[in-house]
Design a protein around this ligand. Structure first.
Ligand code: ZN
Length: 470
């Protein structure tokens, strides 16, 4: 008789045990699992996981581990296999003028000041309008996605058009509304440029987590100290970073010295310009003291080796800046001075020019040049907590690269291949914020044929007008 009561309780006990164990054993469901023979995480320890996988959910990296562990712990609505593939963080292009793809090859083999004042500034006044910026930026995003770039820092006119393109194509960007004192075709003068920049910021701030609006101050030699101070004041008030061309060429230093009796970085420090997040492009000619200012003020320095060599601006002291503790990133600059947006070229250039310049093959080793293109670059542009390395909790911005091309056979060291042998064409799949932007080299968010057609139409117009005015 007494046995009747414990029996149901006993059954209930086992039911609860089994139910709870089946819950813990049941794999979590995520949006995507992507695998690879090698995952190059670019975390602080430069961890490489062999035969690994990443679980991605709601735009975030949920877990990263061996493939068997991930497949045991998670089920996914979508899976991307990883045989003969590498996964790494998406590349970060820390300085560009995206829409200038439409000026690709318009004027080459000239020094910076002549190139700017005789060709680029006049062409911008004549041709740059919303349609130009929309198409040029689409073309740039297409090229960047196809080359594995997931984030870029832009500096150009009509920033609303840039933001609309980025919003739609799925990339991540810091979009700096260009502020310059002279008439630009987009802005009449400094006041007008600032009003337009602030109205752009108020429209886009907080609207899309992939888009960070910013103010792009052209340079210390094109904007007066009072106006630069005003830019810093407004940027701090609005809570946005400033990007600026910084100590780019000796011609810049001559102008700044003539006007203010100082070098560019000292001059800007003297007016407290670095009193807030700043992304400095180029930084070719800093003195030792100026390098310590960049460290103290946490100014990001973006290295653009191809542009600096093509315009013969010089060699930025990048290994010296990294050793001093400057946050260094890597960029292409605009396609008018590069002439493409291929970050793999920049990775290689950044390794080779400093080895050659310092007669030291050990300087800028493979892992370091990959760092400035990913996690170091993310820190330099103020996004270090969100992107740049493949670690749980960061946004899912990553690229999958094929190891099948002839130039990647054999493979002894995956880091070596990524720095010295991989090309843009080897990038197979690109993911930003958990969304697939390119799958097996097909860009899913931009109509490639249509953009190329529109770009050619605009370029034909530019060409015809330039010829008729010559
Ligand atoms: Zn630039």
């Amino acid at each position: 008789m007494t046995i009747n009561h414990p029996a149901p309780l006993f059954q209930l006990f086992w039911f609860l045990i089994l139910a709870s164990s089946s819950i813990t054993a049941k794999a979590d469901s995520v949006d995507l699992i992507i695998a690879a023979d090698y995952i190059v995480t670019m975390d602080d320890e430069n961890t490489v996981i062999t035969d690994g996988a990443i679980a991605i959910d709601k735009g975030l990296i949920v877990a990263i581990d061996s493939r068997t562990s991930i497949e045991k712990a998670f089920t996914a609505r979508q899976k991307i296999e990883g045989k003969n593939r590498v996964l790494m963080p998406g590349l970060i292009n820390g300085h560009t003028h995206a829409a200038m793809t439409l000026f690709r090859g318009i004027a080459d083999d000239l020094p910076l000041m002549e190139w700017l004042t005789k060709y680029i500034f006049p062409a911008e006044i004549r041709f740059v309008n919303p349609e130009f910026v929309r198409t040029g930026t689409q073309l740039a995003c297409l090229e960047m996605i196809k080359g594995g770039t997931t984030t870029f820092v832009d500096m150009y006119f009509h920033p609303r058009e840039i933001a609309k393109v980025v919003d739609k194509c799925g990339m991540r960007a810091v979009i700096g509304a260009a502020v310059i004192e002279q008439e630009s075709g987009y802005t009449k003068d400094f006041r007008d440029a600032m009003n337009k920049a602030e109205s752009f910021i108020s429209q886009w701030q907080g609207k899309n987590s992939r888009i960070s609006p910013a103010i792009a101050a052209h340079a210390a030699y094109t904007i007066s100290p009072d106006n630069l101070k005003f830019i810093r004041q407004r940027a701090n008030k609005l809570g946005v970073p400033i990007s600026i061309h910084l100590s780019e060429s000796r011609a810049e230093l001559e102008i700044v010295n003539k006007l203010y009796g100082d070098t560019s970085i000292n001059h800007l420090e003297g007016i407290d310009f670095f009193n807030g997040p700043t992304i400095g492009a180029h930084v070719v000619w800093p003195t030792e003291n100026e390098i310590s200012i960049l460290v103290k003020r946490k100014v990001g320095a973006i290295h653009n080796p191809t542009s600096n060599m093509k315009i013969a601006s010089g060699f930025a002291p990048i290994p010296e800046m990294i050793a001093a503790g400057v946050h260094v990133g890597l960029g292409t600059d605009g396609a008018a001075s590069n002439n493409d947006l291929d970050m793999w070229d920049e990775i290689r250039m950044a390794a080779f020019i400093h080895k050659g310049r310092l007669l030291d093959p050990k300087t800028m080793p493979a892992a370091m040049v990959l760092n400035i293109a990913t996690s170091g670059g993310a820190k330099a542009i103020g996004l270090g907590d969100a992107v740049g390395s493949l670690t749980a909790g960061r946004r899912a911005d990553l690229i999958q690269i094929s190891l099948e091309a002839t130039h990647l056979v054999p493979l002894y060291d995956v880091i070596s291949h990524l720095a010295y042998a991989v090309d843009a064409q080897d990038v197979q799949t690109v993911i930003v914020d958990g969304e697939i932007l390119m799958r097996d080299r097909k860009v899913l968010t931009i109509d490639e044929d249509e953009v190329i057609r529109k770009a050619r139409v605009i370029a034909a117009k530019v060409n015809a007008e330039i010829r008729s005015s010559q």
